[in-house]
Design a binder for this molecule. Structure first.
Ligand SMILES: *Cc1c(COP(=O)(O)O)cnc(C)c1O
Length: 361
């Protein structure tokens, strides 16, 4: 039998009865935008993250874009962002009217290398956007210190890291504003698009709240140039159901990851583990020189894998203005990384089957 990389029917199947009940409730209420489900989810997800505020928005990309807009920075400010990320982090900076300044990752953690940030800071630098890639938190202490030293805003892209912790503190609370995505494949995924912005800052929260709704605080009174980016009632209702299981989802993925970590042979470069980093393994990747051959070998043996990501942002056609820059660490990761099955649909036996095959490669 094929071991799929992911299966969104089976991921959501355990919640179908509860989803049907929620759907019926929303249908009967006749209230579909910014109602009591969005409010309830916002208060529960804020509490989950140990923060004062959560604001539901339409997507992870919007969560990041709106966060940057709320800072009301001078146009064309420089924003530092990792060169090794999903393109959405970089797009949000461009959409908000600023310049992405790419900084190389650490080859062990795949996250932004704090030691390389300071050399990229200029007078035009106004903020750092960190990305907790694959569900592993960034090394936050030195980054928070740099933000303090240079008076920079800090935005966290938590789209892959719901529930991840750095030195015991949950991600999302290190930055001025943090963005989450509830795209169906994420650790906390809805049944469509969704996102959220979390913060402890009253003023920034108020601004983001206006920005998601046409820049309006009071109906038909518009204070800012805003967007239409609201989380649907129906998605919020589904998210209320799933949030209760987020810790179990994360524990399941961590358990599967631990099997890979202790049983895969040394030929494969495994993700770094450290007591300071509570990784939620949105993605479990390994690296190997013969990545494409390995992927093909696993496919022939009925094991599906993915590549996150095959093309780095600076080599994307859309970002051709970055193509003259060199990011060899990022290139190395993109050329060698392979994502292995690590979903709630997988059992320990599935993972042992992947391991056995990989160890024979
Ligand atoms: C998924 C993702 C996003 C964007 O989220 P959407 O909800 O798809 O807009 C942003 N950053 C990272 C790192 C992501 O993985």
């Amino acid at each position: 039998m094929t071991i799929e990389y992911e299966n969104l029917f089976r991921v959501n199947e355990p919640y179908f009865d509860k989803f049907r009940q929620k759907f019926e409730e929303v249908l009967q209420s006749g209230w579909f935008i910014l109602g009591k489900n969005v409010k309830k989810f916002e208060s529960e997800f804020a509490a989950y993250n140990d923060l004062k505020y959560c604001l539901g928005v339409a997507s992870g990309l919007d969560a990041l874009t709106i966060s940057l807009l709320a800072l009301e920075l001078e146009k064309d400010s420089d924003i530092i962002v990792p060169s090794n990320t999903y393109i959405a982090s970089i797009l949000s900076i461009i959409l908000a009217g600023h310049n992405p300044i790419l900084v190389e990752p650490d080859l062990n953690t795949y996250n932004i290398n704090p030691a390389l940030i300071e050399e990229s800071i200029t007078k035009r630098t106004k903020a750092i956007m960190v990305v907790h890639l694959y569900g592993k938190p960034c090394d936050m202490d030195p980054i928070v210190e740099i933000c303090r030293k240079y008076n920079l805003f800090l935005i966290e892209d938590c789209a892959q890291a719901h529930g991840a912790k750095y030195k015991g503190k949950i991600v999302g609370g290190f930055g001025d504003l943090s963005g989450f995505s509830f795209y169906p494949t994420k650790n906390l995924g809805c049944l469509g698009d969704g996102g959220a912005i979390v913060t402890n800052n009253d003023e920034l929260h108020k601004k983001t709240e206006m920005l998601r709704n046409y820049g309006s605080g009071k109906k038909y009174h518009n204070e800012l140039i805003g967007l239409n980016s609201r989380l649907d009632e129906i998605q919020a209702a589904f998210l209320i159901v799933k949030l209760e299981y987020l810790d179990l989802i994360n524990m399941h993925k961590r358990e599967l990851a631990s099997l890979y970590l202790s049983n895969l042979k040394e030929d494969f470069i495994k993700p770094a583990i450290h007591d300071d980093f509570f990784d939620v393994y949105h993605i479990f990747n390994i690296r190997h020189k013969k990545r494409d051959e390995l992927k093909e070998y696993l496919k022939k043996n009925n094991i599906q894998t993915e590549i996150h990501y095959p093309v780095p942002p600076h080599k994307q056609k859309a970002l051709s203005f970055l193509s003259h820059l060199k990011f060899p660490v990022s290139d190395e990761i993109h050329n060698t990384t392979l994502s292995l099955p690590v979903s709630t649909i997988h059992t320990r036996d599935d993972i042992y089957r992947v391991i056995d095959l990989m160890n024979k490669f």
